[in-house]
Design a protein around this ligand. Structure first.
Ligand code: NCD
Length: 331
């Protein structure tokens, strides 16, 4: 099987994870291994001592060039639960704000013998660029780049679905809202398709659906009631106004009227359908409070699963890096 250039960058010769930049192009057994490994880490979060020694002696640097609450803190907790030393670089007070280029900042961090960079950046492709320019020997984990990819979010969503619904092949999954600006939706579609989901639905107004939607192997709906019919999983997305450079919508209240998830619309889905959202949620804009806090909502469970998925990906990438280093020493 020939791998895409981005999969080649992410995988070692023996198919282990080296970087985690996007779900796109990664093979199904690897995604399944990430889910299995994360499942074993869910238990660590429930232990009295929430630590395992897999990253002991390793240095992880969190580089968040864009705001984040959940992703940043769960990456930090994940690294700490793996026993790594964690450096949270404060970009606002770092030398990048004194004109130092991104690459120079990263080269300095590499010179401090960092083993892993967790990167969030507003520019699509920034983590790929860093992986190409800064490594070898530093694993790059994408924590969200522009509107391109957010692989750990997509995989924590897959873990959530898998734990609550089992196998993917019989499931109907709807992703609703601002698909156009969502890095989460793109990686979710790749992950769902790779894991065998055959009924993936994208629901939103035409202005918020990407032109390439139809080519992704999904069904597109502009009518939410029709799109939600008999689905097992509903994933709501936030209106990402910070990435909108022109008027995509008449108003937030009109959007809520047509695409907000309220109890009446939820009733179109299967009675045991689950409701998910990557957060931050905007109550009364994309989701009704009663639904967000209701018995079918897994929105807060997703946050905990995020720690387990990040532990899985970090430990797998570090082990791939180590194997590669050892192989290079032998040669
Ligand atoms: C998402 C993101 O940053 O892309 N959130 C997250 O990582 N928890 C989605 C969003 O911002 O709406």
């Amino acid at each position: 099987m020939t791998l895409s250039p981005s999969a080649q960058l992410q995988l070692t010769e023996s198919g282990e994870l080296r970087h985690f930049l996007t779900v796109d192009g990664l093979p199904r057994p690897l995604l399944e291994r990430i889910i299995d490994t994360a499942n074993s880490f869910v238990v660590v979060g429930n232990q009295e001592v929430k630590k395992v020694p897999l990253l002991r002696g390793k240095t992880v640097v969190n580089l968040f060039f864009e705001n984040s609450t959940r992703t940043r803190s769960t990456f930090e907790l994940a690294a700490k639960r793996l026993s790594a030393d964690v450096l949270n670089l404060d970009i606002k007070t770092s030398a990048t704000s004194k004109g130092e280029s991104l690459l120079d900042t990263l080269r300095n961090l590499r010179a401090m013998h960092s083993d892993m960079f967790v990167v969030r950046h507003s520019q699509s492709g920034a983590p790929h660029f860093i992986a190409e320019q800064v490594t070898p020997n530093v694993a790059i984990i994408n924590a969200g780049d522009g509107r391109h990819a957010h692989p750990t979010q997509a995989m924590l969503d897959m873990l959530t679905i898998h734990r609550h619904k089992g196998a993917f092949d019989q499931l109907k999954v709807a992703i609703v809202g601002d698909i156009l600006h969502s890095r989460v939706a793109r990686d979710q579609v790749h992950a769902l398709a790779t894991l065998g989901c055959k009924d993936i639905r994208l629901i939103g107004p035409n202005t918020l659906l990407p032109a390439e939607a139809a080519s992704l192997g999904v069904t597109v709906y502009t009518d939410m009631d029709m799109g939600l019919e008999e689905v097992d999983v509903i994933i709501m997305l936030r209106l990402q106004t910070e990435r909108m450079d022109s008027a995509f919508l008449p108003s937030a209240s009109e959007y809520y009227q047509v695409y907000g998830l309220n109890r009446q619309r939820l009733a179109k889905a299967k009675p045991d359908a689950i409701v998910m959202h990557p957060g931050p949620i905007n109550r009364g804009i994309e989701i009704e409070s009663e639904v967000a806090d209701g018995s079918q909502s897994l929105i807060l469970d997703q946050v905990g699963y995020g720690i387990a998925i990040r532990m899985a990906v970090m430990s797998m990438a570090m082990s791939g890096q180590m194997q590669e280093r050892q192989a290079a020493e032998v040669i």
